[in-house]
Design a protein around this ligand. Structure first.
Ligand SMILES: Cc1cc2nc3c(=O)[nH]c(=O)nc-3n(C[C@H](O)[C@H](O)[C@H](O)COP(=O)(O)OP(=O)(O)OC[C@H]3O[C@@H](n4cnc5c(N)ncnc54)[C@H](O)[C@@H]3O)c2cc1C
Ligand SMILES: NC(=O)c1ccc[n+]([C@@H]2O[C@H](COP(=O)([O-])OP(=O)(O)OC[C@H]3O[C@@H](n4cnc5c(N)ncnc54)[C@H](O)[C@@H]3O)[C@@H](O)[C@H]2O)c1
Length: 432
């Protein structure tokens, strides 16, 4: 098959690039080994947020802890029973060619899927995402452990669950299963939960988890797993099910990137600001290792589409990457943490306020905080944790992205009594 562009992997970023290029009239082959839409709609963001929403309702007493309706909603509304017909038809409806199967780069502008060779005159967009990284723990291989796939597809709640890894996947799913009645233990190798975020964020989630009866153990080194009639035993804990949530990995060898001169053993595909990995090769999303988020994948996709269509484009910037961990309390963060800023040798100033001290936080009996990190008179990082942490984050993302002077932020009017008004209290602390 001869086309203009091959998009290798049809997750959120690949689907966006392929669809928009096809709509613009280019001949596009979208290659997908699994489901068009990728991880986010079928095993990631959407079903996990649907689970967290239901878990929240359960916590508030608005819903009984009945897993059946939730599992049905995920099957019927979120994932169409893990069927991508709608997404596939959407792409082919735009004139795209969908090629199902595992694609391998076999030369410049060439991808081979089974015995079909596809050639692209303009180039290849690598949008192959990531897979769960399963640590080589003695006894783990061959056991029926869960990754996010089995956790999302679960038809019943296990009576007990060990979650290995206290990052975003681990904490979000731990809270879901706990609120639906599982006895949950989180085992984290580092000294705190969501370790890439501010330490206060991990402490906040750990405190909320303790209050809900989730057993959190940090600094745990797991050297061996046993699996038998009682289920899984690791680090002295036994549970029916084990969810491995220890990060993601990018398999460049399986993509055959050596055929275009890239290092197959790298952890991610190196790209320039315009997402170019080599002549006629672009890469995006999880595969480039700049943050495993759907919004990152879509951000990259926009740059690539504009580049290929010759529209005014822009260089990718990473000083204001927002991320939200959708636990209750929710943790929104953007830019650098205090520790990251100090590591860079910056003259750092920090402002902090406890949400309970704000009027809205007090009214809502909310737990959370706002923490600001500033250097040279501008915010370079911020965390907003609380009932609307991810929403409060929007103004902080804008401030960090646009490098709004702290002085101007301090002179702004913050509506009373909102959660975001806590930002002004944190700014006042920064000034002290
Ligand atoms: C449980 C969970 C919850 C998450 N929640 C959020 C969230 O709330 N917000 C957020 O922003 N992010 C979230 N994420 C992360 C988000 O899902 C990913 O960052 C996003 O899906 C990455 O998009 P992508 O386009 O890079 O690739 P992916 O979604 O990984 O898709 C890549 C696609 O390429 C295909 N592919 C790979 N190799 C080949 C090949 N050789 N040939 C053919 N096809 C191939 C794969 O089958 C896959 O469909 C979550 C992730 C998980 C696991
Ligand atoms: N709300 C969101 O945006 C959201 C939600 C889920 C996932 N994601 C994305 O998906 C990616 C993957 O999430 P994740 O939580 O799997 O990865 P992660 O890298 O965020 O966290 C993995 C955790 O597992 C720990 N760990 C690793 N090996 C271990 C071991 N052997 N024993 C004990 N602990 C171990 C790590 O120290 C780390 O804290 C994240 O990078 C995130 O960007 C985003």
């Amino acid at each position: 098959m001869d086309v203009d562009v091959i998009v290798l992997g049809m997750g959120p970023g690949g689907e966006d690039v392929a669809g928009r290029l096809a709509e613009a009239g280019l001949r596009v082959a979208g290659v997908e080994a699994n489901l068009v839409g990728g991880e986010c709609p079928y095993w990631g963001c959407i079903p996990s947020k649907m689970m967290l929403h239901a878990a929240d309702q359960v916590e508030k007493g608005a819903l009984p802890p009945d897993w059946g309706p939730l599992a049905r909603r995920i099957r019927e509304e979120a994932t169409d029973d893990w069927n991508d017909k709608v997404a596939a038809d959407r792409f082919t409806g735009k004139g795209g060619h969908l090629v199902r199967g595992h694609g391998r780069i076999t030369g410049a502008g060439e991808v081979t899927v089974g015995d079909q060779v596809i050639r692209a005159s303009r180039g290849i967009v690598i949008a192959s995402g990531s897979q769960p990284a399963v640590p080589p723990i003695d006894g783990l291989e061959g056991t029926p452990y869960w990754t996010n796939h089995q956790a999302i597809e679960a038809e019943t709640v296990p009576e007990s669950l060990i979650v290995l890894g206290g990052g975003a996947v681990g904490v979000e799913l731990a809270q879901v299963f706990s609120r639906f009645g599982a006895r949950v233990t989180v085992l984290e190798g580092l000294d705190r939960l969501v370790a890439i975020e501010e330490p206060e964020a991990g402490e906040l989630i750990a405190k909320a988890f303790a209050d809900e009866g989730i057993d959190v153990r940090t600094g745990v080194k797991v050297s061996r797993v046993t699996y038998g009639d009682d289920g899984f035993t690791l680090a002295g804990v036994t549970a029916r099910r084990l969810l491995v949530a220890t990060g993601r990995r990018v398999d460049l060898k399986a993509l055959g990137v050596a055929a275009i001169g890239l290092d197959e053993s790298a952890r991610a595909i190196p790209v320039d600001g315009r997402m170019r990995a080599a002549e006629g090769v672009w890469a995006l999303g999880d595969a480039v290792g700049k943050g495993a988020f759907t919004h990152m994948s879509m951000y990259h996709a926009d740059i690539i589409v504009k580049e290929i269509l010759g529209q005014p484009a822009y260089e990718a910037e990473y000083h204001a990457v927002p991320r939200v961990t959708f636990t209750d309390p929710e943790v929104g963060a953007v830019g650098l943490t205090e520790a990251q800023a100090r590591e860079k040798g910056l003259d750092v100033r920090v402002g902090f306020t406890d949400l309970a001290e704000s009027t809205r936080g007090w009214i809502a009996q909310a737990r959370g905080f706002v923490k600001l990190v500033a250097a040279d008179g501008v915010l370079i990082g911020a965390t907003s944790a609380g009932p609307s942490g991810g929403e409060v984050l929007s103004m902080l993302t804008l401030a960090v992205h646009e490098r709004v002077p702290v002085r101007r932020l301090s002179q702004m009017i913050y509506a009373y009594p909102t959660f975001h008004r806590a930002v002004s209290a944190a700014l006042a602390d920064l000034d002290r």
